[in-house]
Ligand binder design. Structure first.
Ligand SMILES: CCCCC/C=C/C(=O)SCCNC(=O)CCNC(=O)[C@H](O)C(C)(C)COP(=O)(O)OP(=O)(O)OC[C@H]1O[C@@H](n2cnc3c(N)ncnc32)[C@H](O)[C@@H]1OP(=O)(O)O
Length: 405
């Protein structure tokens, strides 16, 4: 049996505007029914119908809000979410002193019999009207020595027309937290629009990354199903941002790489590795399954047998083996790795940026639809695996210090 304390999820930021209970973390000043009616009379005219995916994405975007959008907006989001997912208000009116409950109930009730599809579309439209404040931490424009101001764990800098995204949790071997998935997604979105020519990924310290932070699956209240659904969506958006990245994307693998830090390498345009790097995807021993589109890219890159050895049997390979199998572009001696790799990148970054971008498009765009489908399926399967006894036991074993790789 799983207990909630085993799985309490570490969410550092306010999270779901969409969920009724989470709204209670906001001190909502009373909006009143007339104000609520005004919102909906203006937005219910929309004729388009948002897809489930658009809606899920909008819900996810709201969780990434960097700024409080204000009480009116939060009530509007709440009401539209409830209408889109449950239909017309179906709960009793809260008591008079339950101000917050009343405000929410009023907002939802004011939507009357608005169809679910229309509410979904209005939610998506409204979220996109909030967008400027959603991405404020990773701002666009010239990439002159900027970093994500709120994130110490994912640092974005700029050098010689190259945007560098550095995983910066060396004490934890650059394990990727739930927040870091979101920060990286935002950093890639920003890098795709800034004036850099190439984007580079690397790690600070002796590890490139130990993959998913295994404490992402601990200490969270709420239902497991909801937590895993949110995680699957976050993962899907994270991987989508690699699939869709429009400029040359290069990994500088400075040390061992584990799990998702390895799998997404199949979506990079070049992978330069130190000879101290190793590549390990211990999914089966963790009771989970491949992600990062590796179930598709790895067999294509290295052939099905070598891919199975890594992804199913969890064989750890050296940088030289990874190079021989086509996952790594070139290996450098550790002592000269930074110097040699950066000399190469600085020279490449002087190429005409449009030509590089269009060249990448030609190489990659035809497989994109398949990659998105693979990503969706891998996330769906993982969502089920996270609930499995095999996975729960593996994570417990890691934290009881018996189960190191
Ligand atoms: C939500 C989306 C999910 C996406 C699905 C992704 C799947 C994956 O990525 S699967 C791969 C997950 N990663 C692992 O299983 C690696 C687990 N870590 C280890 O086995 C070892 O830590 C090591 C081999 C990577 C390094 O061993 P060692 O050199 O002996 O260093 P320590 O174990 O002492 O590590 C120092 C410190 O860092 C913590 N830590 C390292 N990796 C992780 C991690 N992945 N998650 C959480 N914490 C990690 C480790 O616990 C130590 O912490 P302290 O004891 O507090 O110092």
């Amino acid at each position: 049996m799983h207990t909630h304390s085993q799985f309490r999820w570490l969410v550092r930021r306010g999270a779901g505007v969409a969920c009724g209970t989470r709204h209670q973390i906001w001190a909502i000043a009373l909006g009143g029914r007339s104000l609520v009616s005004k919102w909906f009379s203006s937005s219910s005219r929309t004729a388009m119908v948002a897809s489930e995916k658009d809606f899920e994405n909008a819900v996810h975007q709201v969780k990434l809000l960097k700024e409080d959008p204000g009480n009116d907006a939060k009530l509007k989001l709440y009401a539209l979410y409830k209408q889109a997912t449950e239909g017309p208000c179906n709960v009793p009116k809260p008591r008079v002193f339950d101000f917050l409950g009343r405000a929410k109930w009023d907002a939802w009730t004011a939507l009357g019999s608005l169809p679910k599809e229309t509410a979904r579309q209005n939610y998506v439209d409204f979220v996109s009207s909030l967008r400027p404040s959603l991405t404020s931490s990773s701002g666009e424009g010239p990439a002159a020595h900027r970093s994500l101001p709120e994130s110490e764990d994912v640092v974005v800098t700029s050098k010689d027309s190259i945007t560098v995204i550095t995983l910066n949790r060396p004490a934890k071997k650059n394990a990727i937290t739930y927040q870091m998935y979101q920060d990286i997604t935002l950093a890639l979105k920003a890098a795709s629009k800034d004036n850099s020519t190439i984007t580079v990924f690397t790690g600070n310290g002796n590890y490139y990354s130990s993959g998913n932070d295994l404490s992402n699956f601990s200490n969270r209240s709420g239902s497991l199903q909801q937590m895993y659904a949110e995680s699957a969506l976050t993962l899907r958006n994270f991987v989508d941002s690699f699939i869709d990245f429009p400029k040359p994307l290069v990994a500088l693998v400075n040390g061992p790489a584990v799990g998702i830090a390895v799998t997404v390498l199949g979506l990079f345009d070049a992978v330069y590795a130190s000879d101290r790097a190793t590549f390990h995807t211990p999914f089966s021993s963790l009771g989970i399954t491949p992600e990062g589109c590796s179930s598709y890219t790895f067999p294509k890159i290295m052939g099905p047998a070598k891919a199975a050895e890594m992804l199913i049997f969890g064989k750890k390979i050296t940088a030289r083996e990874a190079c021989a199998q086509g996952l790594v572009t070139e290996v450098f001696p550790h002592n000269t790795f930074q110097k040699e790799a950066w000399a190469r990148l600085t020279a490449y970054a002087k190429n005409p940026p449009k030509a590089m971008r269009i060249g990448k498009q030609l190489l990659r765009s035809f497989g994109k639809e398949t990659l998105h489908a693979v990503n969706a399926e891998e996330c769906r399967v993982l969502q089920e695996r996270w609930l499995s006894e095999e996975c729960v036991n593996a994570i417990q074993t890691f934290f009881s210090k018996k189960g190191k790789l």
